[in-house]
Design a protein around this ligand. Structure first.
Ligand SMILES: [Zn+2]
Ligand SMILES: [Zn+2]
Length: 259
């Protein structure tokens, strides 16, 4: 399925309870919560980890550049965004996908850089898709594509190997777990040749999954590859934003997405 390049229709928004503060507003995350919990943050252009103002590329990426050209994250994987991502993913709160996609769209537009020519949702394996019933990355792209007027190709990048959940592996083992897990649809690789594409996911943790997807896309001839995620897990040792409100309805036993 391909979205044509035309602006998304602006429909009148109806009153809705904010998913964070539970106040009435016009969006699932109210403006006050966006201002409070999604302040402008400087991130490394290659891995999307937070960096000090004035820094464009972190030291790690200077020494060992990732296989993708750029990474983008809208917010840190911290309260309240971690709660909302978990609700979307494990409680099928699909109504949150619009607000989360809007966050990512705003971050993409704020960079003042060329947008990709194609958005590719990070694919799930067939067993996991059957189990969950939806792909959260596609749910994000359904809104993100029209918001940015960028076409979405949901099945072009495919997961050809089912892998155990990344949580089952220590950080250093996650790259091996997803090795050769992705491949483009062999009948449509021509659509990648020379193109600028972005793989879209809900969370970026180590970057191992995005890196493996990028390798497959590069092999298929993609010219410029970005990895986009709504939320980026902070580097170990970084202090996440303080949790000043309590809005989570997610049981603490829920797994944390890790890719
Ligand atoms: Zn709110
Ligand atoms: Zn970096």
């Amino acid at each position: 399925m391909w979205f044509p390049r035309f602006p998304a229709p602006r429909l009148p928004s109806l009153p809705s309870l904010c998913a964070v503060c539970h106040g009435w507003g016009r969006q699932r995350v109210c403006t006050a919560c966006l201002q409070r919990h999604a302040p402008p943050t400087v991130r490394c252009g290659r891995c999307a980890l937070e960096v000090p103002p004035g820094v464009r590329t972190c030291g790690n990426c200077l020494v060992t550049p990732p296989p993708f050209d750029r990474a983008l994250a809208a917010v840190g994987y911290v309260h309240p965004w971690s709660d909302l991502v978990l609700q979307l993913k494990f409680s099928a709160a699909l109504d949150l996908s619009h607000s989360l996609a809007d966050l990512l769209a705003d971050a993409a537009l704020a960079r003042a850089q060329p947008l990709p020519e194609l958005l590719l949702p990070m694919p799930l394996s067939l067993p996991r898709l059957r189990q969950r019933g939806f792909n959260q990355a596609w749910e994000l792209c359904r809104h993100l594509g029209p918001a940015l007027s960028v076409p979405v190709a949901p099945d072009l990048l495919q997961r050809v190997r089912d892998t155990p959940h990344q949580l089952a592996f220590p950080v250093e083992g996650r790259a091996a777990n997803v090795a050769k897990a992705f491949a483009p649809d062999p009948s449509r690789t021509g659509r990648l040749a020379g193109r600028h594409v972005a793989v879209v996911d809900d969370v970026m943790t180590t970057g191992a999954t995005g890196a493996e997807a990028a390798r497959a896309l590069r092999q298929a001839g993609a010219r410029r590859i970005e990895v986009w995620a709504v939320a980026r897990t902070p580097r170990q040792g970084d202090n996440p934003a303080p949790c000043s409100t309590s809005s989570s309805s997610i049981p603490k036993s829920r797994p944390t997405p890790a890719t």
